[in-house]
Design a protein around this ligand. Structure first.
Ligand code: SF4
Length: 471
């Protein structure tokens, strides 16, 4: 069984899409490393073929830019996102990519080829070629399988054989609950034990807190950046308008931590809390839509749900909570995300938006339930409830951009997660009719029955109902 770490689920990256931006970026980086190992000469040529959903919505999801950045060996975790357009312009002007001092010919207009057909294994396929003269000297096929995860043709077996053994193997919700029952541990504690096989306790803490700090910063940036999102839809940024009147006049702050302290001291009126939660979620996805830095949770398109719900807890539900609660929340929600990935999918190209917003809502609901004092069973009930009410949700981004309906959906996913946690905390597990694993199976069956046009192709739903020209 493949072990999926919490750090595989939560990855720091660049927007707007984990499957269409981060995945292709990472695949291109891996391919160029392989090229270097194989041996490259000045004048060698690079060519990339994008298949299926990567081709149909690739332009709107910046797949072409991501491929350029990956081939240029830029790291999505550390790149100065403001410089991406500069690097892209250089490649377009030079029609080449510098790989550690060796110039490889690469004209994005001709060498990124959008193929409408779908490869068999997954809807997001990519083929990379290194060409010398008339010969292809290296060719690799990758699939971007959701959440920034990538698989190279024939690779999963190698990963399985080399995987370390973890004390609590978890394939589904039942196994997770069995471990919790037998050990008396919470979900986050079981997850932490597994993570300790790969990293020290201090390293895990620092990495998780680093992930939270990127989430917090994306909320802060999004709530303080006005104007319009890039692209032809001319979508106005909404987060700053929502939060503008929520803090008392005259409040001043200069960073995300000070801002958060003021929110904690603000009026805990229900309507205002609702607006804050929406703004947190929308803010992250406005940053994501403008190619800013966010954390996949479990994907970029759904990156706002988890930060918004955790921020809700820290600012309104338990104002004295700190690092320990942040770590527990991320461990529990991350494990729920990995169970969905193992039993169904977190790829919108395979499962529609239920695989993105639905899964993120389920993850957040479980994390919040644990922090609110719920048992492990109640955490899985919360995850089930949140997913149950996203089943069948289509992926139909207007104009192929991760903006409409994506940004608003994060707000709805966050609110549903908070409500699901609240309902689960009042629930006796013995009365539950739908276990988590049943909803995961249902989600996967629904995904398979869903018409392809509703799975991140922009060929159906709102994507065709809304005329981009009129926007
Ligand atoms: S509609 Fe949902 S799944 Fe599709 S791109 Fe937008 S957020 Fe992602």
């Amino acid at each position: 069984m493949e072990f999926i770490s919490v750090f595989d689920v939560f990855k720091i990256g660049v927007g707007p899409s984990s499957s269409h931006t981060l995945g292709p970026w990472r695949a291109a980086s891996r391919f160029i490393r392989k090229c270097r190992d194989t041996g490259i000469c000045p004048g060698d040529k690079l060519r990339v073929y994008l298949f299926g959903s990567l081709s149909l919505t690739g332009k709107g999801h910046a797949t072409d830019l991501a491929v350029m950045m990956g081939l240029s060996s830029h790291d999505p975790e550390t790149i100065d996102t403001g410089k991406v357009p500069v690097y892209v312009n250089e490649i377009n002007a030079n029609k080449s990519i510098d790989v550690h001092g060796i110039n490889l010919i690469f004209n994005p207009e001709e060498d990124i080829i959008f193929e409408k057909e779908f490869l068999d294994y997954h809807a997001n396929g990519m083929v990379f070629r290194l060409i010398r003269g008339n010969d292809t000297i290296l060719e690799q096929t990758y699939y971007s399988v959701g959440g920034g995860f990538i698989i190279r043709d024939g690779e999963s077996l190698e990963k399985f054989e080399n995987a370390p053994v973890h004390p609590y193997p978890i394939l589904n919700g039942r196994e997770l609950l069995d471990h919790c029952t037998k050990t008396g541990r919470s979900i986050s504690s079981v997850v932490m034990e597994n993570e300790l096989m790969d990293r020290s306790s201090e390293e895990i803490r620092q990495k998780l807190l680093g992930i939270w700090s990127v989430m917090l910063e994306s909320m802060y940036q999004g709530c303080h950046t006005t104007g319009y999102l890039p692209g032809p839809l001319k979508v106005k940024r909404r987060a700053p308008d929502i939060v503008e009147k929520l803090l008392p006049a005259g409040v001043s702050y200069s960073n995300a931590t000070e801002w958060m302290d003021h929110i904690k001291n603000s009026d805990p009126d229900f309507q205002k809390i609702l607006k804050w939660v929406s703004a947190f979620a929308i803010a992250v996805n406005e940053v994501n839509a403008s190619l800013g830095r966010v954390v996949t949770a479990p994907t970029n398109g759904s990156a706002g749900v988890i930060p918004a719900v955790l921020m809700y807890y820290l600012c309104f539900a338990n104002r004295s909570a700190g690092s320990d609660e942040i770590i527990r929340f991320l461990c529990t929600s991350g494990e729920i995300g990995s169970i969905f990935k193992k039993g169904s999918t977190i790829s919108a190209a395979m499962g529609g938006c239920q695989a993105e917003i639905g899964v993120s809502s389920a993850m957040a609901a479980a994390g919040l339930t644990e922090l609110m004092g719920g048992s492990a069973e109640q955490c899985t009930i919360a995850a089930e409830v949140a997913m149950e009410h996203h089943l069948g949700m289509t992926c139909d981004p207007v104009g192929g951009l991760v903006q409409v309906p994506c940004i608003e959906r994060n707000s709805m996913g966050a609110i549903k997660a908070i409500n699901a946690a609240s309902m689960a905390l009042d629930r006796n597990p013995e009365d539950v009719k739908v276990p988590l694993d049943d909803v995961i199976v249902t989600m996967w069956q629904t995904a398979q029955d869903m018409n392809r046009k509703y799975k991140e192709t922009s060929e159906g739903g709102l994507a065709t109902a809304v005329n981009v020209i009129d926007c």
